[in-house]
Every structure is written in structure tokens, then in C-alpha cells.
Design a protein around this ligand. Sequence first.
Ligand SMILES: NC(=O)c1ccc[n+]([C@@H]2O[C@H](COP(=O)([O-])OP(=O)(O)OC[C@H]3O[C@@H](n4cnc5c(N)ncnc54)[C@H](O)[C@@H]3O)[C@@H](O)[C@H]2O)c1
Length: 401
Amino acid sequence: MYTELLDKKAKLDINAKRINLLKQRIDSNKEICAEEFDNKEIFFTEDSASLSAANFFIIAVPTEVDKHNVPDLRPLINASKTVAKVLKKGDYVVYESTTYPGCTEEDCLPVLEKFSGLIAGKDFKIGYSPERINPGDKKNTLRSVIKVVSGNDDESLEEIAKIYELVVDAGVHRAPSIKVAEASKIVENTQRDLNIALMNELSLIFDRMGINTYDVIEAAGTKWNFLKFHPGLVGGHCIGVDPYYLTHKAAALGYESKVISSSRYINDDMAKYVARKIITHVLRISNEPKVLVKGVTFKENVSDIRNSKIVDTVKELLTFNIKVDVEDPYAAEDEVFEEYGLHLTKQVADDYDAIIITVPHAPYLLLTDENFASITKKDALIADLKGVFKNKIINRKYWSL
Ligand SMILES: NC(=O)c1ccc[n+]([C@@H]2O[C@H](COP(=O)([O-])OP(=O)(O)OC[C@H]3O[C@@H](n4cnc5c(N)ncnc54)[C@H](O)[C@@H]3O)[C@@H](O)[C@H]2O)c1
């Protein structure tokens, strides 16, 4: 949660560990390097009372789903209470968390009013401006990508736009309402989810036909209007989560989503499909199968392990008593253990029956056919989910989505 203190900025977080690291110029997400903290007037705090001098609040807390894929609004509600307690007349509150249309005004605004005793629109203003950060991406940043902004009236829209224009070089897009801004963000990720689901379904079909999906995409991609999406595991805290917010709200309004829900089902099932492929192969060639998983983060070149779908694959392999080693050059060992109960392997073996390359981390791209051959048995399978070693694996069996 960020606040603007006129010329000063503060970040409040209930995670003491994170605040302590930030004070030492360490970003646990590895997105910001130590030098980038230099000459920045920002103070990090866990103490919400210290925000009382602020007059512009930005709330960017997690919006996750529970085990039944139902939106968990508790962080948003709690953060709203925290802000409400220090809210004054004339203040602004802008939400950045991804959520369904209506959430800011129907779920958060009443909390702000109740715990501040103030009236929205009259005493304070609210707005919504979705985050568009793409982890690991140094090109499409907060500064370089147009930011959608919205407010609860014309005046707040203009004030909020002006604040963001101070930091976003690409400029802002003024959405006509808070709901439109909320919908715009959820649609960005839902569209990606749907397109990936189509590629995943094609992969299930083409596998039965003995066709490599990446070959198909390469060929079809020569047409000007073909959209080059790829199959893969859809993990992380955005694409695999946000569509559930939309389908939840749609259901509350009496509409059961078909297309979006089907895409979620297909994408969520891919981890088990990968497991079935591996299990079928390794049980055929070994009595005591051993598998190496390369990559546990949800995408390449990031340390974020939230909602890692390869963990579902690992769990499935373990139920068949298959020994699984997991390694990742980016993931933090303690976080992987804390979140999933898995120990990261420090020393890889030389007799694997299969290797799963989950994500194309930069160091993996330097590996060769010989490297894979040197740590696997003769009949081993190299399962390259993102197709980066297509046509490069000669000495072992090769499979990609
Ligand atoms: N990071 C991204 O790449 C990205 C991109 C687009 C959208 N988003 C959206 O932005 C939101 C935040 O995501 P994130 O990745 O920055 O999450 P994050 O988990 O990295 O950070 C959120 C922080 O909020 C803190 N927090 C939780 N409840 C709090 C409270 N009541 N008061 C103060 N702090 C609290 C947590 O301790 C955590 O450190 C989510 O809705 C997400 O979907 C994130």
C-alpha cells in the first residue's frame, strides 16, 4: 500500500519481513535493484498511524482466490479499514488491486465511509487505476506503459490523472468510470487466459495427431492476423486468478460464464496432463523412476512462486512413488519449502528418466543436447513445456506441449 505525502512517499505493508528488507534496499521480488533505492524520498513502515499526514493513498494489496476459486477480498477490506482510520476531508484513495467491476464502489467504498465517518464524493474522493506491471520485464514498466485511471467524478478523475502523469511517461488513459477501469484490467488477463487455453486445447488435440503445436504456431504465425499465443502452464497471481473474479461477479448477477470458465478448466488441468505424460513414459522404462523438474517459478526469469502449477505436476508424480528433484536458479529455497513443502535440489543426479523444463529461465537456454544427455538415462524423455529446445534434442526422446 503506497501513499503520497505531498513531496514525500511512504509504503506501508503488514509484512514486517518485507518492510525490513526494503529498508535495507532489498526487494524480495528482485524487480528493483539496490541502486534504484538511491535518492528516493520514500520511507517504509508497518505503522499505519504514521500515514495520518498523507492525503493521497494507493492500495495495491493481493487479490487472491480461496481453494474453491472464490475471490478473497480480506486484504482489500483490511487495507480499506487501515486507510479509513487516517482518512481526512479532501483525501484521495486509489485502488490498484485487480478485481471485478463494482468492487471498489460496492465493497471497498462502504468500508472507507464506515470506518472514517466521512462521505465519499463529498468529503473524500476515490478512484481505480489498474497495475500493469509485468514481472521480469524491463521494457514495459510503470513509466513506459499507458496507465488507465478513473475517479468517482470529473474532478477526482482529473486530480488522479495528474498525479499519475507525474510518473508515467507514456501518459494516462482517462476511463469514463471506475467500473470501466476495473473491467479493462480483468479483461486484459482474461483475454490472455482464453488465448492460452485455446493453444493448450490445440496441444491436446495435436499430440494425439503426432503434430508439434509449436511447429503449427510457427507456420500459422506467418499470416498477418494470426495471434501468436503458446501453450503452457498458467500459474502466478494474475492470469490464472483474475478470470475467477469476473466469473464470480457474473454468477452473482445471474450469468454463468461458459467460455471463460472452460478456459480456466483447460488451463488448470494442464499440470495433470503433463504429469500423465511423464508417468506413462517413466513407468515404462524404469522400476524406480526419477524425474528432474527445471523451474518452479510461474514464469521465466522471476523469483515469484505463487500459484506455481508445476507443483501440481510434482504432487501427481509423487503419488506414483516417482522420485522428483526440483531445481530453480531464481526461486528462494525457504519460500518453496514454506509454500509447497518441497526442498530444492542443490546437486542434480545423472540418471533421470525424464526432465521437465517448465519455464525458459535464461541460464537454461545455454544448455545443450549433451548437457541433457549427461544427466539422463538412454531412454529418458525431455519434456520441454515451452518448446525452446525444439529440434535441439537429438540423443533423447523429446516432447513439448
Ligand atoms: N505484481 C504484478 O505483477 C501485478 C500486475 C498486475 C496487477 N497486479 C495486482 O496488484 C495487486 C497486488 O499485487 P502484488 O503482486 O503487488 O502483490 P504482493 O503480494 O507482491 O504485494 C502486496 C503486499 O500487500 C501487503 N498487504 C496485504 N494486506 C495488507 C494490508 N491490509 N495492509 C497493508 N499491506 C497489506 C502484503 O503483505 C504484500 O507485501 C493484486 O491485485 C495483483 O493482482 C499485480
